[in-house]
Design a protein. Structure first.
Length: 426
RNA sequence: GGAGAGGUGGCUGAGUGGUCGAAAGCGCCGGUUUGCUAAAUCGGUGAUCGGGUAACCGGUCCGCAGGUUCGAAUCCUGUCCUCUCCGCCA
């Protein structure tokens, strides 16, 4: 959520930004409602002031008759206030609905474009895509041949988009978690395992809409809980409604959680296998920073994501995400796309991680502030980044490390946790 | 899940219908004292919205949401959370 005053004072800029980000939020209407809201609030303040005066005078009334007269006066004022308040509530609700739909402002260097076609490649990893002397398989075939992933079992038990990891895939999943965590703990992140469910108000605070028409979120019936789509939600919510001492910033957390996504309307190609699933495990990075620290933190998160994939020996590229593809909360976002030999005709890059600077957009909704040196408080900046999303990392590992004999070599950095250097058919 | 108790400012904690945005202590900031530190002492010290160049003025906020009342931190209802005891369970 943007600062309502900022929107009013920079309506043109906000409106242009909405266009670039493909949002149809009615900024003009918001400005108009906001003007009405202020006027109505001033009326109410005035009425309350009068009513307060009347109330105070009752204690000092000379006699019963005067007391009764003043009571009646007070009653009348409160009735008027109630009417004005109802009016104000209506206006505020309408204004807020628009405000919530207005996306964050965009970094001046973020490429302008309607969708991911406009994403700009800014960087590549240290490894080249592997060259195969044979036709590489995709991870679905590899997983089947090696007994690693059971999609049919998942479909039977839970439905399409679910799967069982089996045998060495389980060890790989744990190894990937351990590997990512190992890097992050050395970097001073506080490791956490977060709840997989969160209150809807926390989801909303982080910019996820639990029960909207285009939601990605599973809601729990008869409760105000939803399954989280990422630990970004729980980690961001962790400090909601707190006022921090500036000295504790930046706070760097990482969290392991399961991620649940309905993927409504996301069917079709490129969704084969593990690429787009309803549940996966993820190690997420999260930071709360001072405003002037967030740009560096975003680059740092991006560097860490690169380090993790360089360490895995997998080729990737990093793209600066176009305005139309940023979603609501992000001010700037870098996606890391790993080389997936089994994807498309002869291999393609596929998104494996993503890091965003949400500036104060989430913090404002979540009420996360810090004490400034001067009088008062200000909103912190929040950032999130994927350290490792297991399902997609598995795709990259299996497809890049496959061998002519159908086995898969275990990346060096994972061997101490997988306990072997090669995965072969049982 | 059952029974009790409780949620007040950065912290501890008083406050059971008006004089309470709220005692006191701690912490923090500033002054005095002091060779320095400590101690002592005096003063200041919540958030948020609106108005004003500013001093300042006004509204709202005592977990959250409603209700009663001219008036609520205080009474009532709901809700969330915490603690204690019991039950259940990995």
């Amino acid at each position: 959520m943007l600062d309502r005053r900022y929107v009013v004072e920079h309506a043109d800029r906000v409106e242009q930004n909405c266009q670039r980000r493909g949002s149809r939020a009615d900024v003009r209407q918001f400005v108009s409602l906001e003007t009405q809201r202020k006027a109505r609030q001033a009326d109410i303040d005035q009425l309350n002031r009068q009513a307060n005066e009347v109330s105070k005078s009752i204690g000092k009334a000379k006699d019963a008759a005067e007391r009764e007269a003043r009571k009646a006066e007070g009653r009348g004022l409160r009735e008027k206030t109630a009417e004005a308040q109802a009016d104000l509530d209506r206006i505020t609700a309408a204004a807020d609905a628009i405000l919530r739909a207005i996306p964050n402002m965009s970094h001046p260097e973020a490429p302008i474009g309607v969708d991911d076609q406009a994403n700009l490649e800014i960087r590549r990893g240290i490894h080249e895509p592997p060259k195969f002397a044979f036709k590489p398989l995709d991870h679905v075939d590899l997983g089947e041949k090696l007994g690693l992933v059971d999609f049919e079992g998942g479909a039977k038990v839970t439905g399409h988009g679910f799967y069982f990891l089996k045998n060495d895939a389980v060890l790989l999943e744990l190894a990937l978690q351990h590997y990512a965590l190992d890097v992050l703990v050395r970097e001073g992140f506080t490791p956490t395992i977060t709840p997989d469910l969160a209150r809807n108000e926390i989801l909303q605070g982080t910019g996820y809409i639990p029960r909207g028409p285009e939601t990605q979120i599973y809601s729990i019936a008869d409760s105000d809980l939803s399954l989280v789509a990422t630990a970004e939600i729980t980690l961001g919510g962790l400090l909601s409604n707190e006022i921090l001492d500036a000295g504790v910033l930046p706070v760097k957390l990482c969290g392991i959680s399961h991620c649940y996504r309905t993927e409504a309307g996301a069917g079709g190609r490129a969704a084969r296998g593990l690429y787009r699933v309803h549940q996966f495990t993820k190690v997420e990075m999260f930071a709360f920073t001072l405003p002037n620290q967030s740009e560096d933190m975003l680059n740092y998160f991006c560097d860490l994501e690169c380090r993790i994939f360089d360490g895995l020996g997998i080729a990737y590229r990093v793209v600066d995400t176009a305005t139309g593809d940023l979603g609501g909360p992000a001010y700037r976002k870098f996606d890391l796309e790993a080389w997936m030999p089994g994807r498309g005709e002869a291999g393609e890059y596929g998104e494996v991680t993503s890091t965003s600077n949400c500036t104060d957009y989430q913090a404002r909704r979540l009420g996360i502030r810090y004490r400034t040196g001067e009088k008062g408080t200000a909103f912190v900046h929040t950032l999130n980044g994927t350290a490792i999303a297991i399902s997609r990392a598995l795709i990259a590992v299996l497809e890049n490390y496959q061998q002519a004999d159908g086995s898969v070599v275990v990346p060096d950095v994972l061997r101490k946790w997988v306990g072997k250097d090669r995965i072969s058919a049982l």
